[in-house]
Design a protein around this ligand. Structure first.
Ligand SMILES: [Zn+2]
Length: 76
């Protein structure tokens, strides 16, 4: 039965394409989310010595880029 084989092949090709696009979409979405989380998650610090406000990665105390004093993160 050639028409049924052709229909099954066409259905398989369409389903495979949809599955491939879905997997590619999930991969790109996950990669972009990880990238934006890394660039967005910054901690704000305020220097107690020179009042300079700066950002850093992580919640550990970070040294001021202006005077070098280590400051705790800014809490609101
Ligand atoms: Zn400072």
């Amino acid at each position: 039965m050639p028409p049924n084989d052709l229909s099954a092949l066409l259905l398989l090709a369409v389903a495979g394409s949809i599955a491939l696009l879905g997997a590619l979409w999930l991969y790109c979405d996950r990669r972009d989310r990880l990238y934006f989380d890394q660039t967005r998650r910054k901690t704000t610090f305020s220097c107690l010595k020179c009042s300079h406000v700066y950002t850093g990665v992580g919640s550990e105390p970070a040294p001021c880029p202006r005077c070098g004093r280590t400051n705790p993160r800014l809490r609101f």
